[in-house]
Design a protein around this ligand. Structure first.
Ligand SMILES: Cc1cc2nc3c(=O)[nH]c(=O)nc-3n(C[C@H](O)[C@H](O)[C@H](O)COP(=O)(O)O)c2cc1C
Ligand code: SF4
Ligand code: SF4
Length: 333
């Protein structure tokens, strides 16, 4: 059992333990516009003969972004990302139909506006160039300011780069790190030494070694734009001296901002890749203006959508353990 934990600790689309969702393209409807490719965070789609298709062997995150960004309803996702055993074993239940299904409750008619916003909000990866007025950026941050935090310690601070030229320079700075990282990770397929090193790294830095994170990291390498053409970047910094769990507080703050942005007609996409790059690149932190006691907690781009991706998508079902009336049970959907 203990050995099993380490056996698949470094995952690189190992067919014996991993399966992907199936991406189906309706060729009648597909016009080859390429929006699904632009939206795909793992670059696992291509256009062949003016039709989209999944590139075999590149990991699909089962994120539904291709589905949400297709204005022709031509692409669908079936099944979910699944790892059967080992360190990265998936724990959620794969439903037949994973669309939002809030149970009916007496006295509440349909979905509330907040629920509607939560279920239909999608990360957007195709932006117009139009700049976002500073007043709107301030309004988004204002929603973050009122997020709950441990002991109301409000550990956040914000960097706003409402300047596409500066964003281009930052994207260029991130590029070499992701190139090097991708070369290292993918050489593990053939090189036993790298493979052994990656196995150890996956124990020490588990979240970074998940193959989905690596596929995403590879996808942001230029000529792709890590900022997806968006005109504005907000970096959320966390005060390292904050109470209990600064990253969690900043994440909650970020989600207040994301939902407020959507209610204001803007769209957003979180950028964990910027936070990861800032962790390993002091010169990037300097360029951003990150100083002690702050660290980059997370970041997001925001702007106006060139493609409206907001709609409901499918998700895996949660595992829920109930404690009630002296009994405990885990719900199997
Ligand atoms: C903390 C965090 C970091 C993320 N980082 C990135 C990123 O660097 N690049 C990206 O394209 N998407 C990023 N995403 C977006 C996720 O891929 C997206 O939320 C997920 O696929 C679900 O899609 P949805 O937001 O449309 O529901 C991030 C999301 C979160 C919450
Ligand atoms: S977004 Fe839709 S129509 Fe456009 S290439 Fe992809 S599947 Fe085809
Ligand atoms: S589900 Fe996500 S990762 Fe998979 S092909 Fe679609 S956009 Fe790409």
């Amino acid at each position: 059992m203990a050995f099993e934990k380490f056996k698949h600790s470094y995952l690189q689309a190992e067919p014996e333990v991993w399966s992907n969702s199936t991406i189906v393209v309706d060729e009648e409807k597909c016009n080859g516009c390429g929006n699904c490719l632009k939206a795909c965070p793992s670059n696992c789609l291509e256009i062949v003969d003016k039709k989209a298709r999944k590139i075999p062997d590149i990991v699909c995150l089962s994120c539904s972004a291709c589905v949400s960004h297709c204005e022709k309803d031509a692409i669908s996702m079936h099944g979910f990302y699944n790892v059967e055993k080992g360190f990265f074993k998936t724990m959620l239940y794969h439903p037949e139909d994973g669309y939002p299904n809030p149970p009916e409750v007496e006295g509440i008619e349909g979905m509330t506006p907040v629920e509607e916003a939560i279920y239909t909000r999608r990360s957007n990866r195709i932006y117009k160039k139009d700049p976002v007025p500073d007043a709107l950026v301030r309004r988004v941050i204002e929603a973050g300011r009122f997020a709950p935090s441990h002991g109301n310690n409000e550990p956040w601070s914000f960097i706003v780069i409402n300047d596409r030229e500066e964003m281009d320079k930052i994207a260029k700075m991130m590029d070499p790190m992701y190139r090097l990282n991708a070369a290292f990770f993918y050489s593990g397929k053939t090189n036993p030494v790298t493979r052994a090193m990656l196995k150890v790294s996956s124990i020490l830095m588990t979240p970074l070694m998940d193959q989905r994170a690596q596929a995403g990291g590879k996808a942001i390498i230029q000529p792709n734009d890590v900022f997806m053409g968006a005109p504005c970047l907000i970096v959320i910094l966390g005060d390292k001296r904050g109470i209990a769990n600064v990253d969690l507080d900043c994440g909650i703050c970020g989600q207040n901002m994301v939902l407020a942005a959507h209610s204001l007609g803007l769209v957003t996409c979180y950028l964990g890749f910027l936070a990861a790059a800032a962790k390993f690149m002091p010169w990037l932190r300097k360029r951003l203006g990150v100083e002690w006691p702050y660290k980059v907690a997370t970041a997001m781009v925001l702007g106006y959508p060139r493609v409206n991706a907001d709609r409901m998508v499918e998700r895996e079902l949660p595992r829920i353990t109930w404690h009630k009336g002296g009994k405990t049970w885990t719900e199997m959907p």
